[in-house]
Ligand binder design. Structure first.
Ligand code: RTP
Length: 148
């Protein structure tokens, strides 16, 4: 089953949005496979966002991610990568539809509350980076009620 790496950024943690965000993924029917509250250092944040290292906002982005603890999660389910991005909403909160996490909770791109993997391949890379110890193997008893 497909997995995605989802991270609640420091602003989401500081603003007390963790419970609401987890509820949205749970309510959809996805299964939580990994969860931890961590503070990462600059080198780790730069590795996570390595693809964006040439972008003008890279330093500000890294500074944002290391400014406080983040909630790192692995969610599993059918099409969780693409559907997770829809639940999260557009990168720029001024383009994010109401009802999405960023549409409901964010105003600026540099404080957009949450990260979600943009492809199955990047999800695998990010899960290996953030959860080198691996994730928990379990099957939700809701499966027959969520999948036909
Ligand atoms: P994320 O990786 O955090 O899920 O976001 P994303 O795929 O929607 O967007 P991406 O292009 O990968 O950018 C990563 C994060 O960098 C910040 N950003 N700032 N000031 C800017 O022009 C700008 N562009 C991007 C955002 O926090 C974005 O989520």
């Amino acid at each position: 089953m497909e997995q995605s790496f989802i991270m609640i950024k420091p602003d989401g943690v500081q603003r007390g949005l963790v419970g609401d965000i987890i509820s949205r993924f749970e309510n959809k029917g996805f299964s939580l496979k990994g969860l931890k509250l961590v503070s990462v250092d600059r080198a780790f944040a730069e590795k996570h966002y390595a693809d964006l290292s040439a972008r003008p906002f890279f330093n500000a982005l890294v500074q944002y991610i290391i400014s406080g603890p983040v909630v790192a999660m692995v969610w599993e389910g059918k099409s969780v990568v693409a559907t997770g991005r829809k639940i999260i909403g557009a990168t720029n909160p001024s383009d994010s539809a109401p009802g999405t996490i960023r549409g409901d909770f964010a105003i600026e791109m540099g404080r957009n509350v949450i990260h979600g993997s943009d492809a199955v391949e990047s999800a695998a890379r990010e899960i290996a980076l953030w959860f080198p110890e691996g994730v928990v193997g379990w099957t939700s008893s809701l499966h027959p009620w969520v999948y036909e």
